[in-house]
Design a protein around this ligand. Structure first.
Ligand code: BES
Ligand code: MN
Ligand code: ZN
Length: 527
């Protein structure tokens, strides 16, 4: 025991009445200190490619018509059984159709899965494979997937399998978990070419998406600013051309980042700004900035409890910029990107900020806080100014679960896109089409820019009556971004979490933005 402590204890013993006023030790335990799980998610099935169909594995046949494709390795008897099942069930190869057949030959299962998109006859191998694997999560057998006609289609199917088989089960003790030891093999001509496509890009893209879904799914008891930082650091460990900068509260205070520090001041968990750069090319970077509220109670402007649990995913934008950068860095993409995560927990507390407070941001502009629940735009105000100032990007894209308003306007099939320039908007829209993460452009208007100005500070973060909610949020962020910097804002509040499964996404965390931003970074063309 140290001398200090001994003296202290002696003083306490001598003056029992003063014991109550002895300052408590700085908190060293986060939350209860009892982790709800020390397990990992159960292992996913490995994915590989092969030319020939093995004779005894479970077979998954993808087809976009009522025809059984040519499959070397399918016996004549197996083919006849499959054809008669197709005829009997009226199977046409449509995306949502599937047939499970058992007791044919030596295979434990033959499943036929439709691959034709509803609106046309073009096959979507990703979606077909993704929905197939979701139907086979509990299947105790090695799977062979056939029907994808060429190496590109085979690699697409592999991506669908990887995204569709996602599971978040590390907190489930008392359930039957999906079997892992049974691998998946995609069989067809050109297997080695497909393997090269997979190893070069899609494998890493799937890993980026998995990384994001894990962070989104984690409860806020486990995921707070510092643990986000640690998990992201671990994901990037050992990848070359990557550098990481972390700002803690003290550093941010020194840089006058009053907005992000203000949002986190009601929480016992310190705020952080995490910046990850990947240099796969020379020249200035593309900057990606993500909202990273690890839990959004609303703060003093407290939300109602209805659905508040979903605010554990209010860090989806920050996770998405890190997941996209992870995919780009692991696949050695020839691009230069810098991702910034603006991390804070928005809690009510004795030291929480209040409606009416005024904060100063990194560049000196001030904000009047009218609602502590409009916190995403606050953390981003500091993040976008910092990354523009320090990293001199050629363009900046921010992504955030920013407003309920965007979900009401667009539903859950499109994220909201805001851009000043058509060229920038078009690049984002194209990346959305190519990646399958779709965007819908919403308006920025000079009148809305005026609507976010404050009477006693430069701008106000809420209480905007003359602009729609999602546009007011976009204009607020845009106020901190120089007109000469190409910029787009993505509001993903409607698409970060799915209430029902989709072909590439089991119910829950979507990982939205990884595929989109990965595509955007690879394709970006300066005007
Ligand atoms: N994180 C929320 C937005 C949100 C809502 C995300 C629903 C996902 C689902 C955001 O911080 C918020 O509270 N926005 C307010 C803004 C308002 C106070 C100006 C909102 O949308 O009501
Ligand atoms: Mn909020
Ligand atoms: Zn929020």
């Amino acid at each position: 025991m140290t001398k200090m402590k001994t003296q202290c204890l002696a003083m306490l013993a001598a003056m029992p009445l003063l014991a109550m006023t002895v300052p408590v030790q700085a908190q060293s335990v986060i939350g209860s200190g009892v982790p709800a799980s020390t397990a990992e998610n159960s292992q996913e099935r490995s994915i590989g490619f092969i030319e020939q169909v093995p004779a005894t594995t479970a077979l998954v046949i993808l087809t976009h018509s009522a025809e059984v494709p040519d499959i070397a390795g399918l016996s004549a008897a197996e083919r006849r059984s499959v054809e008669s099942a197709i005829a009997a069930e009226g199977f046409e190869g449509k995306q949502n159709q599937s047939l499970k057949l058992r007791g044919i030959g030596e295979r434990p299962l033959i499943m036929i899965v439709g691959a034709a998109k509803p609106d046309d006859k073009v096959p979507d191998w990703r979606a077909a494979a993704g929905s197939a694997i979701q139907k086979l999560m509990k299947e105790e057998a090695e799977l062979t997937v056939v029907g994808a006609p060429d190496p590109a289609a085979m690699a697409d199917a592999a991506l669908g399998l990887a995204l569709g088989q996602y599971r978040f089960d590390r907190y489930q003790y008392d359930v039957e978990k999906s079997p892992a030891s049974h691998k998946i093999t995609i069989a067809g001509a050109g297997a080695s070419e497909a393997q090269t496509l997979w190893n070069g890009r899609y494998k890493h893209l799937a890993e980026g998406v998995r990384f994001v879904r894990d962070l989104q799914s984690e409860p806020a008891s486990a995921l707070y600013p510092q643990s986000f930082v640690e998990r992201t650091r671990a994901a990037f460990a050992g990848i070359s051309n990557v550098s990481i900068e972390i700002l803690d509260e003290k550093a941010m205070r020194k840089l006058n980042m009053g907005a992000i520090v203000g949002v986190g001041q009601g929480s016992t968990r310190g705020s952080r700004m995490m910046i990850v750069s990947y240099r796969g090319a020379s020249g200035p970077p593309l900057a990606l900035a993500g909202k990273g509220i690890t839990f959004d109670t609303g703060g003093i402007s407290l939300k109602s409890n209805n659905g508040m649990w979903a605010m554990k995913a209010d860090m989806s934008g920050a996770a998405a910029v890190m997941g996209a950068t992870l995919s780009l860095a692991k696949s050695r993409a020839p691009v230069n990107v810098v991702a910034v995560a603006a991390l804070a927990e928005n809690m009510p507390g004795a030291n929480a900020q209040r409606p009416g407070d005024i904060v100063r941001t990194y560049g000196g502009k001030t904000v009047e806080i009218l609602s502590t629940d409009a916190e995403g735009r606050l953390v981003l105000a500091d993040a976008v100014q910092y990354v523009a100032d320090r990293y001199k990007p050629f363009a900046l894209v921010d992504i955030a679960t920013l407003t309920g308003s965007v979900g009401r306007a667009l539903g859950n099939q499109y994220a909201g896109l805001f851009a000043r320039e058509d060229n920038v908007a078009d690049q984002l829209l194209n990346a959305g089409e190519k990646s399958g993460e779709h965007l819908w452009r919403l308006p920025l208007h000079p009148a809305y820019a005026k609507a976010v100005r404050s009477d006693i500070a430069d701008v106000k973060n809420s209480g905007v009556t003359d602009a729609p909610g999602a546009s007011a949020g976009a204009h607020f962020i845009g106020y901190f971004i120089d007109e000469s910097l190409p910029w787009a804002h993505l509001d993903i509040a409607g698409v970060d979490w799915y209430n029902s499964a989709r072909p590439l996404t089991p119910k829950g965390a979507s990982g939205f933005g990884v595929r989109l931003l990965d595509q955007l970074a690879r394709d970006w063309k300066a005007e």
